[in-house]
Design a protein around this ligand. Structure first.
Ligand code: NAG
Ligand code: NAG
Length: 530
């Protein structure tokens, strides 16, 4: 069995999932507004393959692969000297003065070129507890999987030595192959278990989903504690590329009560999707279901619902009111170069708490395909940043699905003008912006009508590292509301909530905190959980 060496991890070429370690929403009121789109950049210079919203700035870090040694943005003079790269075929060393990563200011719509030393292609990242962006080598992270890496490992804090990768046979067992008897090329490697979906559970163990199987893993003892029923219908992990979120965790007032954790997985492709696309240029319907399971339940079972349309390579974005936005992707095919067709232009809203049959709503379409290598990130104003799409092995403007350099913002239905009167506004200067575990948090809120305790919620969401249809470290909690005081000042209410009691519920770090009134979220503030 192959093991990932720590060197391999640091070279950042693994297809891996990262997890940051330690250590009842009302649906949006029904209305006619199906959201709207704005083009915020005609040319960001690079195609957004990985993105991470950065705390306390107005910036998103955007990365592309550097393997092609090309983009549409030159490194500015002050970032030179350029990169040097060695071509093994020609045994020649050449200069690469192209920029492969930027900071994008989503308020000013300004691009700032960055210089990244190593290739970030098909890698992963996350924010460390103090809010710095790591590309894997700084902060306390668990990394599961990767191509030929049937293992997991702790990624140590800077300057500490890395312990060896620990074998994790589950990731060996969940690989798919297509047997091709008589074919000189032998069996076709489908994989379908890369970029596993990984969630930290309220008890500190880790849920890992790959292909169509999932387990709870105790990473300290390296023991699989339980295995769940298989999810029928096809394959969900890369390249089949379904999308997944851990649904919002609801923290009870009584901190000794156990917290339920429920996983949602939407779309994916048929097992042989990659083979059909790559070898036969056939693009069949992606999977058209969402499945959810309470993974903390003693009798867990998948509950399967039909989506309005099939989807592969979607991004699942947790919105501050607890709804899930399923955005980007394609109706046909799977992940992989040139393996998909019929871009899914309409985002889909999934309301987890609505009655079954009323959970999905198709929203206003974009006209920009966002397929392989596209991204979506929630912004503090409640809008969603959308970028990327590169179906090509390089930068190609004239392909059927060109390398996409444009950036957009999507405005979800809760920002409709008719809900403006319901929208609370957090008075940031008069509110707690940091807290330690279990402490009370005081928030002052302005609203046109006094809030009522039954309709007010406070959510926190960890901004994820987004790539390949997965949003690593994305995590949302509804905090327990302790008290609501109306009119502490004219037109101002005070909401008192309890910070999460444990780091297994919410790892330390920066969260977007929002006060939600009747399903309508306020603008978020950055909240530092320490
Ligand atoms: C590659 O080029 C270097 C000098 O530029 C030379 O020393 C080396 O032998 C070459 N390697 C191969 C495999 O040709
Ligand atoms: C899960 O996938 C494997 C192939 O990797 C397949 O043999 C098995 O039947 C699938 N399970 C279900 C329930 O579809």
């Amino acid at each position: 069995m192959a093991k990932a060496s720590s060197k391999k991890v640091q070279s950042l070429i693994l297809l891996a999932a990262v997890l940051l370690l330690v250590n009842n929403a009302a649906a949006a009121p029904a209305g006619g507004f199906l959201g709207s789109w704005e083009l915020i950049s005609q040319n960001a210079g690079i195609s957004a393959m990985h993105t991470q919203l950065l705390p306390k700035t107005d910036q998103i870090a955007v990365f592309d692969a550097s393997v092609w040694h090309i983009s549409r943005l030159q490194l500015p003079q002050e970032k030179r000297p350029c990169f040097w790269h060695h071509n093994k075929l020609t045994n020649q060393t050449a200069e690469d003065c192209w920029c492969h990563s930027i900071f994008y200011d989503y308020n000013k719509n300004a691009v700032k070129a960055l210089k990244v030393q190593s290739d970030t292609w098909c890698s992963s990242g996350g924010l460390s507890a103090d809010g710095r962006l790591v590309m894997l080598s700084d902060g306390s992270f668990l990394v599961y999987g990767g191509r030929d890496a049937f293992s997991y490992e702790y990624v140590p804090v800077e300057k500490e030595s890395n312990k060896a990768a620990i074998a994790f046979p589950f990731l060996f067992e969940t690989q798919d192959f297509l047997e091709r008897p008589g074919n000189p090329k032998g069996r076709f490697r489908l994989e379908n278990n890369l970029y596993p979906f990984v969630y930290l559970l309220p008890d500190g163990n880790v849920y890992v989903f790959a292909n169509n199987r999932s387990v709870v893993h105790d990473p300290k003892a390296n023991k699989i504690i339980r295995e769940f029923p298989q999810l029928p219908g096809g394959a969900r992990s890369y390249p089949a590329t379904g999308t997944s979120v851990l649904l919002p965790l609801y923290l009870p007032r009584d901190t000794y009560k156990p917290v339920d954790a429920e996983v949602l997985i939407c779309g994916g492709s048929v097992r042989e999707g990659l083979y059909l696309g790559e070898e036969e240029k056939r693009f069949v319907n992606a999977l058209d279901d969402c499945a959810r399971m309470v993974v903390t339940s003693p009798n867990p079972e998948w509950k399967i619902e039909k989506m309005p349309a099939p989807r592969t390579m979607a991004d699942g974005v947790l919105l501050p009111n607890g709804e899930v936005l399923i955005i980007n992707g394609a109706d046909l095919g799977s992940g992989g170069w040139h393996c998909a067709d019929k871009p899914s232009l309409k985002p889909m809203l999934y309301r987890p708490n609505a009655p079954e049959g009323q959970r999905f709503a198709e929203l206003a379409p974009t006209d920009i395909p966002r397929m392989y290598h596209s991204v979506a990130n929630l912004l503090p104003d409640g809008k969603v940043f959308v970028g990327g799409s590169n179906d090509n092995d390089g930068y190609f403007e004239f392909a059927k699905f060109p390398t996409e350099l444009r950036l957009e913002k999507f405005t979800p239905p809760y920002l409709a003008p008719e809900y403006a009167a319901l929208r609370p506004a957090i008075l940031e200067d008069q509110s707690d912006k940091a807290a330690t575990y279990g402490k009370w948090v005081y928030l002052r809120v302005k609203s046109s009508e006094p809030l009522t305790i039954n309709y007010v919620q406070v959510s926190i969401v960890a901004p994820p590292f987004v790539t390949h249809g997965i949003s690593m470290n994305q995590r949302m909690l509804f905090l327990s509301v302790i008290e609501l005081k109306n009119n502490v000042a004219p037109g101002v209410d005070e909401v008192v909530v309890a910070a999460p009691p444990t780091s297994a519920l919410a790892p330390p770090g920066y969260y977007l905190l929002s006060v939600v009134n009747q399903g309508i979220p306020s603008h978020s503030i950055w909240f530092h959980l320490k």
